[in-house]
Design a protein. Sequence first.
Length: 340
Amino acid sequence: MEKRTAVQIAKLARELLGRKRRFARNDRENRPALARLALGRSVSGDFRAMNRIQHEFLAIDEGHATLLHIDERDPSRDWIVPIGHPQSRDMQLIGGNRVLIGHHHGFSEFDLATGEVLVEFAALEGVTAARRQPDSTTLLAGVDLDGTTGVVTLEISADHKITKKTLFEGDYVRLIRQTARGTYLMSCNERIREGSPEGEYLRDYPVDGFYHAWKAVQRPNGNLIITAGYGAFVVELDAAGNQLRKFGGKDEVPEAVNPFFYATFQLLPNDHIVLANWQGHGEGFGESGIQLLEFDPAGQIVWQWSDSSRISSLQGVLVLDGLDPSKLHDERTGVMQPMA
């Protein structure tokens, strides 16, 4: 056997260490691609997009009744806190570095930096939507609110008094979103209804496959983007209700995505859509499906997030990239924007 000098041994050790470091680095770099190969995606440009995209976002974990702040660029800023109320469904930046979370009993305000609860209103039962207004009132929606049977909207003053109640016909509503005209897009099970603040339905948008349809926003051209709830797809309609595109369904995504219930979504300025793929009530769903998805305009998945060590079943998402948390934001023209 060839004898090696101390110098040769040291040189060989350095070479082996260098190989180990290169292998570890390549392994870390290749993990995202390998994970997506496991989802059945081919090696193509979408991998480059997935590797490039990183988000800061808030998410509602309905299964654990928690609120998460995730910063993929700086994980030291991540936090998870209990919401303290069941059936948390709505979420909005309301200014002052706070986020409003709508829940079964009303709403709570959380500090964005720490997750601390700063304000609570919990005097009701059955709230499904909560939207802060520029005049500091809060618009709530739900079924059979405040002793009134039907779909009800309430206006709550800054000192938590009910200042207006409006009754709509029906027995089901989830999220509502206001349009640029001041009307309400109301998610009413198998259809979206546009309602007036006075309690009149102006038009209906039924779609085959909707079941507990969750949310709709309206673009400036009048088109609607809608998540189908248990239908587990996204659809865009024109102002007359004609279907322009439909994507994200079970036959269009990798099996591991497990489309189950497409809930809250956000239309980004680049026309991408980030949505929550809710997997079921309660604990134990963290390994089920990919729970946050980003679709490009062609309906291809370009980003995803799921972490079974921290979540059970995500139902809400709010992407914070490029938003100013010191200002009130809403989606009255589709994209999240500050309110003047």
